[in-house]
Design a protein around this ligand. Structure first.
Ligand code: AMP
Ligand code: ZN
Ligand code: FE
Ligand code: FE
Length: 277
């Protein structure tokens, strides 16, 4: 039996994961994964950091990234895969998002300070090697003793719709897909079960996505079916991954969800078709 498994959704210390790109490669090899895509929020730095280690250990590595987008006022996360490494269209969008995040983080810190929870920008920024987000703010809140856990920080203060939540500026879903395509990448709807409006899924199926994340974290087969049906109806690639964040979200281990060799090969072939350009 073919034991090829590839986890296509995980985060490193370049965004809100707790393992470095090198550690992620070692971790993947240790648990028997044969393929990996590191999908940090708003930056692609992990790819070049992980690549030499992946080559050395025979792990297949795809380029990956995750963007938060806005479709008609709703938050939709998009995964980009197999794009040209370092392509200016992706790098430009990453940069725009990191500026957007800086402003948004400042606003969140201002709102927390109004509630008596003072944090400095520096202490939050020091928790990430590149992209800083709410999980880092939550960690700083735990360290200062304002809350007892990261979950409490989200549930009580900074989660969507909570008193110190700030949406910040966004980029539309359609523009994000276009930018990924410009870099010759594939655009995939991430964790569709988190999209907060069922009719929105219907609208998203009209956009030019290439895939949908059907296998996610610890989903059961029942939970996967709805998304597999959409993938098959649209002719989209059914992707999957754990959304591993390490100690930031300890309930989901690396490799909790994965794709088989055929799916990985589809993405890899797409990526290698532009390597000679
Ligand atoms: P941001 O990108 O700054 O909007 O933060 C969103 C990130 O926070 C996502 O990667 C989520 O995985 C993470 N997140 C959301 N809710 C929680 C939670 N309750 N505990 C830990 N991480 C969370
Ligand atoms: Zn994350
Ligand atoms: Fe996400
Ligand atoms: Fe993610």
């Amino acid at each position: 039996m073919n034991d090829f498994r590839a986890d296509l959704h995980c985060h490193s210390t370049c965004s809100d994961g707790s393992e470095t790109p090198e550690e992620l490669v070692a971790h993947a090899v240790k648990i028997g994964l044969k393929g990996l895509a590191i999908t940090d929020h708003d930056n692609t730095d992990a790819y070049s950091m992980a690549l030499p280690h992946a080559i050395k250990s025979g792990l297949k590595l795809l380029t990956g990234v995750e963007f938060s987008t806005n479709h008609l006022g709703h938050s939709v996360h998009i995964l980009g895969y197999a794009f040209i490494p370092g392509h200016p269209s992706i790098e430009g969008l990453c940069k725009l998002h990191r500026t957007r995040r800086k402003n948004r983080n400042c606003e969140i810190l201002r709102m927390l300070a109004n509630k008596g929870m003072v944090l400095t920008e520096e202490e939050v920024q020091s928790k990430s090697n590149k992209t800083t987000g709410r999980p880092h703010i939550a960690q700083a809140m735990v360290e200062r003793g304002y809350v007892s856990s990261i979950n409490e920080a989200f549930n009580k203060w900074i989660g969507d719709g909570k008193p110190c939540f700030v949406r910040g500026e966004t980029v539309s879903t359609e523009v994000t897909i276009e930018i990924i395509h410009k870099a010759r990448g594939l655009a995939v709807i991430a964790h569709p079960h988190l999209i907060d409006n069922p009719s929105l899924i219907d609208q998203l199926t009209r956009l030019s996505f290439d895939g949908i994340e059907c296998y996610y974290a610890r989903f059961s087969h029942m939970q996967e079916k709805k998304w597999l049906d959409i993938a098959s109806m649209k002719g989209w690639i059914a992707t999957g991954g754990s959304d591993f964040h390490g100690s930031v979200k300890p309930e989901t281990p690396l490799g909790a969800s994965w794709v088989d060799e055929k799916t990985f090969q589809l993405l890899e072939d797409h990526g290698s078709s532009h390597k000679t350009l």
